[in-house]
Design a protein around this ligand. Structure first.
Ligand SMILES: Cc1cc2nc3c(=O)[nH]c(=O)nc-3n(C[C@H](O)[C@H](O)[C@H](O)COP(=O)(O)O)c2cc1C
Length: 355
């Protein structure tokens, strides 16, 4: 039996995206963004970091409030050789909105991408939980140099100016509110990751499955030949039969599946774009799945190797001979946490004006 192996298999731990840095000594140091569950650890970390950042958190009352509140908030820390470099916590401010409640990075670690990586983990979390916006408040640009840097940092993350509230804190510290949509195409692309964990038992409403399928068939296709067809599967008996032939087992608890079929129709002369067509449809569907608050994984390698699991699934679903069954997309709400696999940096893969 052949087995599809991803270079980045899912981690069941709460560790997130490691980054490898070479310190001055040339020694390799790994800094890790971790989600912290324990309330007293959250308070310990936030106290240690905020007390070291006097320029930003000099008012004791508000610093103590941040520390106390951090105990109950989703909380991420960047750790390097047991040193806490920075932390971030989120707070729900409305059913659709999370606020970046507080973030601090120790001064020695500024400008090393730690805030950016903490934010990426928090943004992923908020998007996966179905929130539509993240907001953050800071002192408006033009009042203090340190806060001007903070404003630039938020803008560089993609935050947009929403409103300035002159009296929210006090007249000397006008409050700038920034907002970021988690539902833009670009935000959804950044938060999509292959999910291979367990699914919640909740069924997926038909209208959501139709929306996802529509995203699939809205994809471009070579010469508009529309070579891709889809089968939505929600019937528990059919799902059980399909899951029984998936070997090695995947998506055992998925409450729904979308099955991708292709027809090798030539677009023109002997050019067939069926693979490109169904790939575009699959990516569109994965994005729609994530945008609607579900998770999935592109299962193609698993089912199209020499075991021909695809043919067994095709026979369960009465797929006509002229179609090839090429991919299974489970759809459901994630029951486990998961993380983004590491990818080669943009600077290695994106070339400007030539290779
Ligand atoms: C053509 C194709 C086939 C894939 N087949 C499988 C598969 O059979 N099993 C699986 O676990 N993941 C499969 N994947 C998912 C990839 O492993 C995954 O996209 C990759 O590891 C990058 O991770 P990301 O999707 O989280 O960015 C497939 C992806 C593509 C594009």
């Amino acid at each position: 039996m052949l087995q599809y192996i991803s270079e980045n298999s899912i981690s069941r731990s709460n560790q997130l995206s490691p980054a490898i840095n070479k310190g001055g000594s040339g020694r390799v140091r790994i800094n890790m963004i971790r989600f912290i569950e324990d309330a007293s650890e959250r308070k310990k970390i936030s106290r240690q970091i905020l007390e070291s950042l006097n320029e930003w958190f000099e008012i004791e009352d508000s610093r103590e409030r941040y520390i106390a509140e951090s105990a109950d908030q989703p909380f991420w820390v960047s750790v390097n050789d047991d040193v806490y470099e920075g932390f971030l916590c989120l707070k729900e401010t409305g059913k659709a909105t999370m606020e970046l409640a507080v973030m601090g990075v120790i001064k020695e670690c500024h400008r090393k991408g730690i805030g950016r990586r903490l934010f990426a983990a928090a943004k992923d979390y908020a998007a996966i939980k179905g929130y539509e916006f993240i907001q953050v408040k800071t002192v408006r640009t033009g009042i203090y140099d340190d806060y001007d840097i903070t404003n630039e940092f938020y803008k560089s993350l993609g935050f947009k100016e929403l409103e300035v509230l002159p009296d929210y804190w006090d007249e000397a510290n006008p409050c700038q509110i920034y907002i970021m949509s988690l539902k833009s195409a670009v935000a959804t692309i950044a938060t999509r990751h292959s999910y291979r964990g367990e699914y919640l038992r909740e069924s997926v409403p038909d209208e959501d499955l139709i929306t996802i399928a529509k995203a699939g068939i809205d994809a471009p296709s070579g010469c508009n030949k529309q070579t891709t067809d889809l089968i939505i599967v929600t019937d528990p008996d059919l799902l059980s039969k399909i899951k029984a032939v998936l070997d090695p087992p995947v998506a055992r608890t998925a409450p729904a599946m979308i099955i991708v079929l292709t027809r090798r129709i030539n677009a023109y002369r002997d050019r067939c774009f069926a693979i490109q067509d169904y790939s575009a449809a699959i990516e569109n569907m994965l994005l729609a799945i994530v945008e609607l608050g579900y998770q999935s994984c592109w299962y193609e390698g698993h089912i199209t190797d020499e075991d021909r699991i695809c043919d067994k699934v095709a026979s369960i679903l009465n797929v006509p001979d002229e179609y090839d069954l090429v991919c299974i997309l489970p759809v459901g709400k994630a029951a486990e946490s998961f993380h983004a696999p590491s990818k080669r940096p943009l600077s290695e893969r994106v070339h400007i004006n030539g290779f």
